[in-house]
Design a binder for this molecule. Structure first.
Ligand code: PHE
Length: 351
């Protein structure tokens, strides 16, 4: 029947026009709902005589089956489209570049310490590390700095309210000089043996970089800073040897011959005589200014005794320099605090 065909085509067109499931269900109601066009026609069959009822009923049911098939087909289409949309929305674009992990780098002070170790290492110096929480005895007493001596207050030490197993007070080491004592004591037995066997006494050549602490904070001082101790003991090591080694270090560290180096008399309880080591560049932004780069001196006999060595047989030099200061000079940094703020904009410049 033409009329039913038209109805089916209309339903197919309506379903095809529905863009969403809800629209589609509304369109379905117009044909198959309680008062939908096909439902109404089926209801109207009741009034017809049996012969007509049967024939028309079959036609209407056939039309209804086509409409239902069209409805289901469109439902499937919409569901597939929705799934596709979701997949698109959540899709991974495998051609996008991946997120890189931030690449770490060395802190300028670490770089500086590595340079110091490499340069002194090439001159036969061992590298040693020691504790940052140190005994009062190592920090001061062993270094000829007796209890209650006013020279102890040269350093504003952080004391720790604790004693070690032997009852010695602890502090955050105010310098790396205790490492002279720790290292020399660790090697004293070997030296005693050499002497007993009439062999030449082995030299001690060591540097000991690390963190140090003092109650001090401004543009050129930080409560935590770095030092690098140096110790060179032998049978006859002199200031001249120290000057040669230290000049060589400066030349290689700053990659220039254009500097002067001088010893300036000073005082440390653990060395006698003592000297500050100053350098002055002959060119560049700091040309002509004397810059203090290290403390140094011939190790005091009392300290040599605390090494467990005989001051009559073992003579040598100690020096202590500041890697932070050396890094600032090398990289042209004017505020020490920048080193320890952890600001990536600063730190990234060195990597
Ligand atoms: N320990 C001294 C300081 O902190 C430096 C120094 C080391 C001086 C070794 C002489 C010898 O200032």
């Amino acid at each position: 029947m033409d009329e039913l065909d038209t109805l089916v085509q209309q339903a197919q067109a309506d379903f095809a026009a529905a863009r969403q499931a809800a629209e589609l269900e509304n369109a379905k109601a117009r044909y198959l709902g309680k008062s939908g066009a096909l439902t109404e026609r089926l209801k109207a069959l009741g009034a017809l005589p049996p012969e007509q009822k049967k024939a028309l009923g079959a036609e209407i049911n056939a039309a209804k089956a086509r409409v239902e098939a069209a409805l289901q087909a469109r439902r499937d289409q919409l569901a597939a489209a929705e799934l596709e949309r979701q997949l698109q929305a959540e899709a991974l674009d495998v051609s996008l570049p991946g997120r890189r992990r931030g690449q770490g780098g060395l802190h300028p002070v670490s770089r500086t310490i590595e340079r110091i170790e490499a340069i002194f290492g090439s001159m036969g110096f061992d590298v040693a590390e020691g504790p940052e929480i140190e005994t009062d005895w190592m920090s001061f007493t062993a270094l000829n700095n007796p209890e209650n001596h006013p020279a102890r207050s040269m350093q504003d030490t952080f004391y720790v309210d604790l004693k070690d197993a032997e009852g010695r007070w602890l502090n955050l080491r105010p310098h790396t000089s205790p490492m002279q004592v720790r290292y020399a004591r660790a090697h004293a037995a070997r030296h005693a043996q050499a002497i007993a066997q009439g062999l030449p006494i082995p030299e001690i050549r060591v540097i000991a970089p690390g963190r140090t602490y003092r109650v001090d904070s401004d543009a050129t001082h930080s409560p935590m800073f770095h030092q690098c101790e140096g110790l060179w003991m032998g049978e006859n090591v002199s200031f001249k040897d120290l000057k040669v080694v230290f000049s060589d270090f400066i030349r290689r560290f700053f990659e220039t011959d254009e500097f002067d180096l001088r010893f300036r008399p000073s005082y440390f309880p653990f060395t006698e005589p003592s000297a500050e080591i100053d350098i002055a560049f002959r060119s560049g932004p700091l040309a002509g200014r004397w810059l203090e780069v290290a403390g140094s001196g011939q190790v005091h006999p009392n300290v040599v005794r605390h090494y467990g060595l005989d001051p009559e047989r073992h003579i040598g030099f100690a020096f202590g320099m500041g890697p932070d200061r050396l890094a600032m000079l090398r990289y042209g940094i004017d505020d020490l605090r920048l080193m320890f703020d952890g600001d990536l904009r600063f730190l990234q410049q060195f990597n």
